[in-house]
Design a protein around this ligand. Structure first.
Ligand code: ADP
Length: 499
């Protein structure tokens, strides 16, 4: 493997970047207008690759390809077993290219290389295998009619799907959306985030090698307000599945409503509370809380950005948290000993620093962190604010960086009320040894996933999605497969027809 010459690391030889064009109808092609954009290595700020910039016309061509593949092609018509076989082959090819794919997500998003190699990339292959196993088990049911009718349901693929995905988990997001849609028999256009196009294009290449027919999986790289908007308002797309900010989710829903009323699934922002009760092991709880906010540099929709600690252990917790935050190792994400790499890009880096500034102006106190780290790249220190009030912007808004608001509470009722005091409802964590407390809080918090004595614990079978303004629809599990299917009823007279 060659070096691409930019941002070489002493820990890993960065592979040559092979795929930079749009992938439409089984071919890599330039954008119709010939435009391109740069993708940048957040460790250095240097350009790593020049990528084709798809726009409305390119989306249109991709949709035509996907429409033809859906209306007349093999994919929705072949048996689920055959689709599953191709998906398993796709997974095999991912497993043969794990290091290269992990390196692409690392130089695109600043994600930890080892985590990519051990978790995200094999996780993509696992998602394909999970849904491949479900592809031949899709069926409707016989209905018990109260009249003399024989009636049954069919589960049919929803059609052409537009997947608009974010930059924080380029591989996991790709397969959380693409794998169930492929199993269902849909055809699709994926628009990866402009910050992280590299692995998505590689996956398009592997899909073709695995035997996914042309037009079934198209990847259009480009920006949100052009290529993304073209997907959400396209008249020939049947569904849009989106993960990203609440603001953009609203635009997508609006565009869907104003165009062809396509089905919409939205996984949006969060400001998730972690509630730590007096009976917790303080050391472990501090570890959990820190990891909850610095994991993937805080660029996680379920990040535990509001931490509520009961007053009996608060002082000790604060001390431990600071010690752990100061010992947290930032650095090159290719270095296996690094715990936190750079933020995805300059814009996100500046947004986080501006929120830290807002927090100080609002009167919050910096307990630790608050500054950029290192001499180059987009690193931000793990940051903890205290003396915060619920109406401050840093407590209300999703910052999407390693910034925690730490607060004290007295009673369980107060904790529940304050945890629920957010427009978001994606996730929550509870740390306690008391089962009654855990049960009561789990049922009282309006969020899509509740972690008791843990945080960030996901599995393919766990439905994932939001309450309130964190969106609707669920990824993962068989719920996600059903999202890409629709139900048709067929009825016929049971005895001789009266006419
Ligand atoms: P962030 O603000 O953190 O970058 P976004 O929600 O803007 O998150 O981005 C998530 C995805 O949505 C990306 O693929 C982005 O290009 C896309 N996107 C951004 N704006 C729009 C839009 N107006 N319509 C459709 N997609 C968009």
């Amino acid at each position: 493997q060659q070096s691409n010459g930019s941002g070489e690391t002493k820990h890993f030889r960065i592979p040559e970047i092979k795929f930079t064009k749009l992938f439409i109808n089984g071919e890599f092609v330039d954008a119709i207008k010939g435009r391109t954009f740069d993708t940048v290595d957040p460790r250095t700020g240097e350009v790593t690759a020049i990528i084709a910039e798809g726009d409305m016309e390119d989306v249109d061509v991709a949709v035509q390809a996907a429409r033809t593949a859906f209306d007349h092609g093999q994919w929705p018509r072949m048996s689920g077993f055959q689709r599953g076989k191709i998906m398993h082959k796709f997974a095999d090819l991912i497993e043969q290219n794990t290091e290269e794919l992990a390196a692409l997500d690392c130089i695109d998003a600043g994600k930890l290389f080892m985590r990519g190699k051990l978790a995200d990339i094999p996780g993509g292959a696992r998602l394909l295998r999970y849904y491949a196993g479900a592809a031949d088990k899709i069926h409707g049911e016989v209905l018990k009619s109260t009249r003399s009718l024989h009636a049954y349901t069919l589960r049919e693929p929803i059609g052409v799907v537009g997947h608009i995905i974010p930059w924080n988990f380029p591989t996991s997001m790709f397969f959380m959306k693409v794998a169930p849609a492929l199993a269902a028999g849909c055809t699709m256009i994926v628009k990866p985030a402009e910050q992280t196009p590299l692995s998505a294009l590689f996956y398009a290449h592997l899909a073709k090698q695995a035997g996914v027919p042309d037009g079934v999986l198209n990847v259009v790289t480009g920006f949100g307000n052009t290529a993304g908007a073209a997907i959400s308002k396209h008249m020939d797309i049947d569904m849009v599945s989106f993960t990203g900010s609440t603001e953009v989710g609203r635009l997508i829903m609006q565009a869907a409503a104003l165009s062809n009323l396509k089905t919409v699934s939205l996984e949006l922002g969060g400001k998730s509370p972690l509630i730590i009760f007096d009976d917790a092991d303080v050391d472990k709880a501090a570890e959990l809380a820190l990891n909850g906010v610095v994991y993937n540099k805080g660029e996680v929709c379920v990040s535990s950005s509001r931490v509520y600690v009961q007053d009996g252990i608060y002082d000790e917790f604060e001390k431990k948290l600071v010690e752990k935050a100061k010992a947290w190792k930032l650095g090159d994400p290719f270095d296996p000993s690094t715990l936190q790499g750079p933020q995805v890009d300059k814009r996100q880096f500046e947004k986080i620093l501006s929120y830290i500034d807002i927090g100080m102006k609002e009167g919050a106190t910096l307990l630790t962190g608050g500054k950029p780290w290192g001499s180059k790249g987009y690193y931000v220190e793990p940051t903890v604010f205290v003396d915060v009030k619920e109406d401050m912007q840093i407590v209300r808004d999703e910052i999407f960086g390693p910034v925690m608001s730490l607060m004290k509470f007295k009673t369980i009722d107060e904790a529940i009320e304050r945890a629920n005091n957010s427009k978001y409802g994606l996730a929550a964590g509870i740390v306690t040894k008391d089962l009654n407390v855990a049960n009561r809080v789990s049922r009282s918090i309006r969020a899509g996933i509740i972690w008791v004595n843990c945080y960030f614990e996901f599995d393919i079978d766990f439905p994932y999605g939001g309450y309130k303004m964190s969106g609707f629809g669920r990824d993962l599990g068989l719920n996600a497969l059903h999202k890409y299917l629709q139900v048709k009823t067929v009825a016929t007279p049971l005895y001789d027809s009266p006419w």
